[in-house]
Design a protein. Structure first.
Length: 606
């Protein structure tokens, strides 16, 4: 290990605005960064992510939010502070991403799995996460530097941190973010206490998520939910549903198939573009990025490979010893990590979408083809792939930011690692906190009737996991048929979308007039919506799709018909638009409201 870990000052001299700040490169400096990322921004983003998974069924990555707030913290370091803010957001995103994995613990409860000692569960998740961090970093020279994939959120964070010296930009961003948080906090508390709001199942977090994604995602989600709801009588008539059961008991299977069908088209195109890109980019060609920091340790490929090897073995050993997993299933799951991390990384780099839930379902299907029948074993084996694709994707996204800024590679990796250590503990704590405060989260919604299902806690990701795992022990012919129907719909829809949108004549028509823009919008929202968006309506209750779609419509209306943005705002990435910042704040505020109510509930029963 290189002993020269820290340097007393940056190469360009002392850039601190205030002398009382710890010097850049000192132990005090790195302790400050780690503490803020691990103990403040990470838990804030993690509570939000866990809440979103429990309430809606997906979560928004915390890189942008942590980048903005991290920039505020390191503003006193001047231009050099961009590296410190990058390390903060890397740590915070690691904590938050691991806390989002608490939905896996909810799945264990739904399936009646015997309670596992917390230290064993933490050890297992930590081993997986540390292996995945190494695998993710191992692939970054290919994905980030050689292929130069965009990684849109990573680019957005880099732009945020480059704007570190602009106090006006920071004030505007933070004020809108915290304004949204205040509204989300008020809405979350009011929805829990006021019957009139509870009656309409107000969810400021779902509405905020819709603000972030816009109408081209929100409207298809709502339309998809309405279509599945309308088909309920037909599903009952053919025996796929019983009277009183929620439509998503069947719809989620079709929705899963839609995602897999669309993914088949996209991954085929991604792999084709990858081969073409690797063969066409001259050796050594790079975009204009700063030279990497000399402050800190030097990266070592042998040490990285040893790290990956050690934690891969630890993952297999903990799975076999703690959960009784057959050795060959664990080895196969680890093998899938090395395959899917690069596939999901390419998808994330090109589209900003990391299909981690699809990776989970694919793993279950492949294990079933190998003869696996026990859903408990399937859950713990698929956890390896689910956690790995999430953690490794974060590593690649964060490193794309660091590469653009010239931040030290080895130092950034270490900040991610310390975040994962704390995040693994907090994931178990978050699951226990939410499920104790809200016992409804412990109830298996896959066996509930439509009237019994909670409106504000749809837990769509857990629903998806448990539904797929239950098919191992209780296979029904219509389940396979439903997945195949969805597969065909997803494949055909995505194929047609790609075919139409790749035509030069269509692209020119869209750009030529408002009519062209309107036709393209109708294509995306109504006629041939993305299967990734429309499938969302099959995983959640209809009211959840409504709030999500409403947020998307309002966001797009503001962006299309609202006041023309200033020159400063036009230069910002979409992640920092006013609507997006307010949406992120609403989610965070609603999560804090749920946390506050949960803590109050815990204290009242202790």
């Amino acid at each position: 290990m290189n002993s020269t870990v820290f340097s007393a000052a940056p190469e360009g001299g002392d850039t601190r605005r205030w002398a009382w700040l710890p010097p850049v490169g000192s132990w005090g400096y790195y302790t400050l960064l780690a503490a803020i990322g691990m103990l403040v921004l990470g838990p804030l983003g993690g509570i939000t992510a866990a809440f979103m998974n429990f309430s809606i069924g997906f979560f928004v990555g915390g890189q942008v939010l942590a980048g903005i707030l991290g920039s505020v913290v390191t503003y006193g370091y001047g231009a050099e502070g961009k590296h410190g803010a990058n390390y903060i957001q890397t740590t915070a995103a690691s904590v938050a991403g691991m806390m989002a994995m608490s939905s896996l613990i909810q799945a264990m409860v739904w399936m009646g799995m015997p309670q596992v000692p917390a230290w064993q569960l933490i050890s297992y998740m930590l081993s997986i996460a540390l292996m995945a961090a190494g695998v993710g970093m191992m692939y970054t020279p290919i994905l980030v530097e050689r292929m130069q994939l965009t990684f849109p959120s990573g680019l957005a964070v880099a732009n945020i941190l480059r704007a570190l010296t602009d106090p006006v930009l920071l004030r505007r961003s933070v004020s809108r973010l915290f304004g949204g948080m205040g509204a989300g906090l008020f809405g979350g508390l009011a929805a829990a206490k006021l019957p009139v709001l509870a009656a309409i199942d107000l969810s400021t977090s779902t509405f905020g998520a819709g603000l972030i994604v816009g109408a081209r995602v929100g409207v298809p989600a709502l339309v998809g939910g309405l279509v599945f709801w309308t088909l309920m009588p037909y599903f009952i008539s053919i025996g796929w549903l019983h009277q009183g059961e929620p439509f998503r008991k069947v719809a989620f299977l079709i929705a899963l198939g839609m995602i897999l069908g669309a993914a088949a088209v996209d991954l085929s195109l991604i792999l084709w573009r990858t081969v073409k890109r690797l063969s066409s980019v001259p050796e050594g060609e790079k975009v204009d990025v700063p030279e990497e920091q000399r402050t800190g340790p030097k990266a070592s490929t042998p040490r990285l490979l040893a790290w990956v090897g050690f934690w891969s073995v630890a993952t297999v050993v903990t799975g076999v010893q703690f959960f009784g997993e057959p050795l060959h299933y664990m080895i196969f799951a680890v093998f899938l990590v090395f395959v899917l991390v690069i596939v999901n990384g390419i998808s994330l780099g090109l589209t900003d979408s990391n299909p981690i839930s699809s990776a989970f379902v694919v793993t279950v299907l492949l294990l079933a083809s190998m003869g696996l029948k026990d859903p408990m074993l399937g859950l713990m084996a698929a956890t390896v792939v689910f956690v790995s694709t999430s953690v490794a994707g974060d590593m690649q996204q964060d490193r794309s930011t660091g590469w653009r800024l010239g931040s030290n590679r080895a130092l950034q990796f270490r900040f991610q690692v310390v975040g994962l250590v704390l995040g693994s503990v907090f994931a178990v704590v978050a699951a226990e906190l939410f499920m104790t405060a809200y016992p409804v989260l412990k109830l298996d919604q896959t066996v509930m009737s439509a009237s019994e299902a909670p409106a504000q806690w749809t837990s769509a990701m857990t629903y998806k996991f448990v539904g797929a795992l239950r098919s191992l022990t209780d296979p029904k012919p219509h389940q396979t048929t439903a997945i195949l129907v969805g597969l065909g719909i997803g494949f055909a829809t995505e194929f047609l979308r790609k075919l139409i949108k790749s035509r030069v004549a269509y692209q020119e028509f869209v750009l030529s007039s408002k009519i062209g823009f309107g036709v393209d919008f109708c294509l995306d929202a109504l006629l041939l919506p993305s299967p990734y968006a429309s499938s969302f309506g099959g995983f959640v209750n209809l009211i959840t799709s409504f709030w999500f779609g409403l947020g998307g419509v309002i966001a797009s209306a503001i962006n299309t018909f609202g006041a023309k943005p200033s020159e400063d705002e036009e230069a910002l990435p979409s992640d920092m638009s006013s609507v997006s910042l307010v949406g992120g704040g609403l989610i965070a505020g609603d999560a804090l409201a749920a946390l506050g109510l949960g803590v109050a509930g815990l204290l009242s029963v202790v």
